[in-house]
Design a protein around this ligand. Structure first.
Ligand code: TA6
Length: 300
């Protein structure tokens, strides 16, 4: 894995990353450069905001989210690992794995010659992860803040035996009107409807969301677009080595029963890029799996 050990101060524009206290006192990196502004919690290596110049915020954070250690942040881009969704056998474990509720190390930051900013965070197995998932791993997230938001997730097996894992970028997008959004690029894919006992069907046309909605679209292509006419924009997602796309919104009933979401369910749509189920990754000792997601806003 690439390691950036210090901010490259040679750039005359100077340092673009500031360490601050975020909500709940959680450490947050605030990035501001000529292309965009962004913030990243070290807790979970959680990208909380991304706002390109002359565009509105791309991401949603619930105003009711808790910001405290041990609790997942609701919104932004949670990193899910080593499982996505429910743990396979243990109902008592939190959704979406172990690293979302862990403080990651800041490996380094850099201001690049083109004015963009690179932030690298990492974490690894520890006593707690061993008690649940007995494998030695290191995981690194590299975030590039430019006109687009690029994230590279690298998982390395530093154990002496193979392991299998699931992973995801569980992205919460801010939307103008949820029910008027179209998700383009999933037509013709085999899909699993989690709200209908995992019924399998073939998606026909664009995806439109209404009510409680959790569907998995298998083996999506490189590009998916979230068209949001009320916000007068589209969000383009480009992936590498992330096979499935999950579309989720809790709908009114579940949201109003969730103190961390409530009526704010109307303001977001999750379009998540994931490797899980049949797309879980087998990794041999010494191997690294690298996945990539690029998010950009296209104005209408
Ligand atoms: O990714 C979809 C999903 O697993 C939904 O089924 C829903 O339970 C949601 O994630 C929970 O996400 P949260 O960020 O609240 O943990």
């Amino acid at each position: 894995m690439n390691r950036i050990t210090k901010d490259r101060q040679s750039n005359p524009r100077g340092k673009t990353v500031r360490v601050d206290k975020g909500p709940g006192g959680l450490p947050i990196l605030r990035i501001s450069n000529e292309h965009a502004e962004s913030s990243i919690f070290t807790y979970g290596a959680h990208v909380a905001s991304f706002k390109p110049k002359r565009a509105d915020e791309m991401l949603f954070i619930s105003p009711y989210s808790k910001f405290e250690e041990g609790q997942p942040i609701r919104g932004g881009i949670p990193i899910c690992f080593p499982w996505f969704g429910k743990h396979e056998t243990r109902e008592d474990l939190q959704l979406h794995g172990l690293v979302r509720t862990k403080i990651w190390d800041v490996v380094g930051t850099a201001t690049e010659a083109d004015g963009s900013t690179t932030v690298v965070l990492s974490t690894h197995d520890d006593e707690y992860s061993w008690s649940i998932w007995p494998h030695r791993f290191s995981i690194q997230l590299t975030v590039f803040i430019a006109k687009e938001l690029t994230m590279i997730l690298e998982v390395k097996n530093i154990d002496d035996k193979p392991f299998t894992f699931g992973e995801a970028f569980h992205t919460y997008f801010s939307v103008g009107d949820l029910e008027q959004c179209n998700i383009i690029g999933l037509d013709g894919l085999q899909a699993i409807d989690r709200m209908k006992s995992d019924t399998v069907y073939v998606q026909s046309g664009d995806v439109k969301v209404s009510g409680a909605f959790t569907r998995v679209y298998r083996d999506a292509g490189k590009h998916v677009t979230l068209a949001d006419p009320v916000a007068s924009r589209s969000i383009r997602m480009e992936q590498d080595r992330l096979r499935h796309v999950v579309v989720w919104n809790p709908g009114e009933h579940a949201a109003m029963n969730n103190a961390e979401i409530l009526e704010a369910y109307k303001d977001f749509l999750c379009v998540e890029h994931a490797n899980f189920l049949d797309a879980a990754i087998d990794l041999n000792p010494g191997e690294t799996h690298r996945s990539k997601l690029v998010l950009s806003i296209l104005s209408d």
